[in-house]
Write a protein that binds this ligand. Structure first.
Ligand SMILES: Nc1ncnc2c1ncn2[C@@H]1O[C@H](COP(=O)(O)OP(=O)(O)OP(=O)(O)O)[C@@H](O)[C@H]1O
Length: 253
């Protein structure tokens, strides 16, 4: 079966000032699959993830080399509008970060910023996004209450709904469940699996069991380098390199 690549990077290198955090990383992200990025703390997973929607742009002294492509477009092309890039490549962070507004407004806000004015349409998208993020039943009777009154797991699913509302093609998730309890984590993992039928998902996780559960492909990073990328099953059962094997069997990390 021929796969379509939704995103890919080619020899992507990244520098914080004089410190090179990423060395010539090339990965292809298959459309409507989940790719997990794993590796020990400080190996550059989050830096790489943030390169994919230019979240590092505002850090002073950074430099990017190589290419990061969304479909056939280089996202670092000077003509790219970063706001519309982030609409197509959404992001969910480690710590749920809802706005201090109502549940409804958390979703509606991004739509308004993106120029949607029709109230009925906004209401419809809010409902659809909350349903997609598997939180509608829990919040439908309290849409006007503050999002800050929700549990951590609910807040994270609300943030996922917020990201989905603007219709992204790709969702970047930076350890989306690491601040959550096991039940909330399971809900997020189930949600990732459901969403991947329509979205390309790239997830950073510290948790190898989680990578094995949710992802189709896994990329192992070490000290700013991509060591190995493969089907998740293959990477975890027959890693090509000793370094990968040592990491997944817990010999370091
Ligand atoms: N804003 C920054 N300025 C300078 N160096 C940074 C900055 N952010 C990260 N780094 C460095 O870049 C390297 C990669 O960090 P990064 O956060 O991408 O790793 P990570 O694999 O995501 O780690 P963790 O799992 O602990 O979050 C580290 O050496 C880190 O110290």
């Amino acid at each position: 079966m021929k796969h379509n690549f939704k995103m890919h990077t080619q020899d992507l290198s990244f520098f914080y000032g004089n410190f090179q955090a990423l060395h010539t990383i090339s990965i292809e992200f298959i459309e409507n699959q989940v790719t997990a990025l794993i590796g020990p703390s400080g190996c550059g997973k989050s830096t790489y993830l943030r390169c994919l929607n230019r979240m590092n742009d505002l850090i002073p002294g950074i430099r990017v080399k190589g290419r990061a492509m969304l479909d056939a477009n280089d996202i670092y092309d000077p003509l790219v509008d970063v706001v519309s890039l982030r609409r197509r490549v959404g992001m969910v962070f480690q710590k749920p970060n809802p706005f201090p507004k109502s549940i409804f407004e958390n979703i509606a806000y991004g739509l308004k910023v993106n120029g949607v004015k029709d109230r009925a349409k906004i209401t419809q998208i809010v409902e659809k996004s909350l349903k997609q993020a598997a939180i509608w039943d829990e919040v439908k009777d309290r849409l006007n209450e503050s999002a800050l009154g929700l549990s951590g797991g609910q807040q994270q699913r609300l943030c996922i709904a917020r990201a989905l509302a603007v219709g992204p093609d790709v969702l970047l998730m930076d350890e989306p469940a690491s601040a959550l309890d096991p039940i909330a984590t399971q809900k997020i993992e189930e949600l990732i699996t459901t969403l991947s039928s329509k979205l390309t998902i790239i997830i950073v996780t510290h948790n190898m069991q989680q990578a094995a559960r949710v992802s189709d492909r896994t990329a192992f990073f070490y000290m700013g380098k991509l060591i190995e990328v493969n089907d998740t099953d293959t990477l975890f059962t027959k890693p090509a390199l000793k370094q990968t094997e040592d990491y997944i069997t817990g010999r370091f990390g």
